[in-house]
Design a protein around this ligand. Structure first.
Ligand code: PLP
Length: 392
């Protein structure tokens, strides 16, 4: 349990957030603030790494592109998965080498492909024929993987499924087999393997198992001397619980699936985890600006909103909400942001302690798809980001 109350103060990874917030205020800094823990980030990365010691772990930069976090992961031995050349540049700036960069993503432009080929990234995962045609036009040595769509409707929010039929991502089996034949005519294009990404926040191991078994069959059908197999990211976490053992159990089950399916593949395995590594390593500190009572409910207006954390609005996603000062009396309230949109909320009908203006709330587990999805909507300032270890 990395989050708990002790002496009526919320503690995160054994640091009192009340004290941390005081220090932040003393530095004349504002809220909202994305706070990260180096320690938790390390633990999460190492947990994944220890489960798959022989695999290449490509952290999904889309989940968090904050430079100090990327640098930390680099030092821990991570590689990266990027979905735009902008993310590749962020990775290079953090010290990753092109050899550590896997370039995924639908709709890569010619310019992006030229840039990636110029610096010779480790692999470009091709998502369809138009992308391959652009690579052929560029006519330079390049290492590629082919992204396959398993046609499997994983149990997760519709907006974060990527492996079902009729998705914009990847290719069907027949298109992929045809592409292998086409690539043979272009000796500068070196086909290294197949890739897939089933979706995100997946907790059902049967979904992973079905997709990976089908991928393994496809590898055999391809009759190609592949070097690697890219299993994507997508492993979920239990946002509704602060008991990290539950995530760990899920990882153990995931490992079991991988070991069962791929123990004899002889291929280098690649992973692209984002959320599992970074989500628990961050939280958002936000200050209460107003407390309103309507005939039906209480509304807590805070200074963070959908411009800083869009997941609740976009995916009906759950994030724990905890007042920094423990309140024994819980009350149901909506926790909403300052943006001029009725859809701007962080939590609805949530049992939150009694809070007043200027109190601080902790929005838990925002280290993935928090700051990386932030926008300038309403021209509100960006939230700063800092490691807790750097201000205590
Ligand atoms: C291609 C690709 N790889 C990896 C990821 C990371 O997924 P997650 O953060 O769920 O592990 C995503 C996210 O959707 C993705 O689109």
């Amino acid at each position: 349990m990395s989050l708990n109350y002790s002496n009526q103060e919320l503690h995160w990874n054994a640091h009192s957030l009340v004290q941390v917030a005081k220090k932040w205020r003393n530095l004349k800094e504002d809220f909202p603030l994305y706070l990260y823990s180096r320690k938790i980030l390390q633990d999460r990365f190492q947990l994944f790494q220890k489960s798959f010691p022989k695999a290449r772990i490509h952290f999904a930069v889309k989940s968090n592109h904050w430079q100090p976090l990327l640098k930390e992961l680099k030092n821990l031995g991570s590689h990266v998965d990027v979905v735009s050349f902008g993310e590749a540049e962020a990775a290079l700036e953090a010290g990753f080498t092109p050899e550590q960069i896997l370039f995924s993503g639908v709709g890569k432009t010619k310019k992006e492909l030229e840039s990636a080929i110029k610096i010779q990234v480790y692999q470009i995962n091709i998502e369809g024929d138009d992308e391959l045609n652009r690579i052929i036009e560029i006519d330079q040595p390049v290492r590629v993987g082919l992204r396959w769509t398993p046609g499997l409707d994983a149990k997760t929010h519709p907006f974060i499924k990527t492996g079902h039929l009729d998705t914009k991502f990847g290719m069907s089996e027949s298109d992929l087999l045809a592409m292998i034949e086409k690539i043979k005519k272009y000796p500068k294009i070196q086909l290294q393997g197949l890739s897939m990404h089933l979706g995100s926040q997946i907790q059902d191991m049967q979904d992973f198992k079905a997709a990976y078994l089908a991928l393994k069959d496809l590898v055999n059908k391809c009759q190609t001397d592949f070097k690697n197999i890219d299993l994507g990211g997508g492993l979920g976490i239990f946002y509704e619980s602060q008991d990290l053992n539950q995530d760990e159990k899920l990882l153990t089950e995931y490992k079991k699936v991988i070991d069962e399916v791929f123990f004899d593949s002889g291929l280098q395995i690649l992973f692209e985890p984002g959320r599992f590594i970074s989500a628990r390593a961050g939280g958002l500190l936000t200050e209460v600006q107003a407390v309103k009572s309507t005939p039906k409910k209480k509304i807590i207006v805070v200074d963070a909103g959908m411009h800083q954390l869009i997941r609740p609005v976009l995916y009906e996603a759950y994030h724990g909400v905890f007042p920094l000062a423990e309140s024994l009396k819980l009350e149901k309230a909506d926790v909403v942001g300052p943006i001029c949109e009725s859809s701007d909320f962080l939590a609805l009908d949530r049992e939150v302690g009694q809070v007043q203006v200027k109190d601080l709330l902790w929005i838990a587990d925002t280290g993935a798809y928090g700051s990386s999805m932030a926008s300038r909507y309403n021209l509100r300032p960006e939230a700063k980001e800092v490691f807790i270890e750097d201000i205590i």
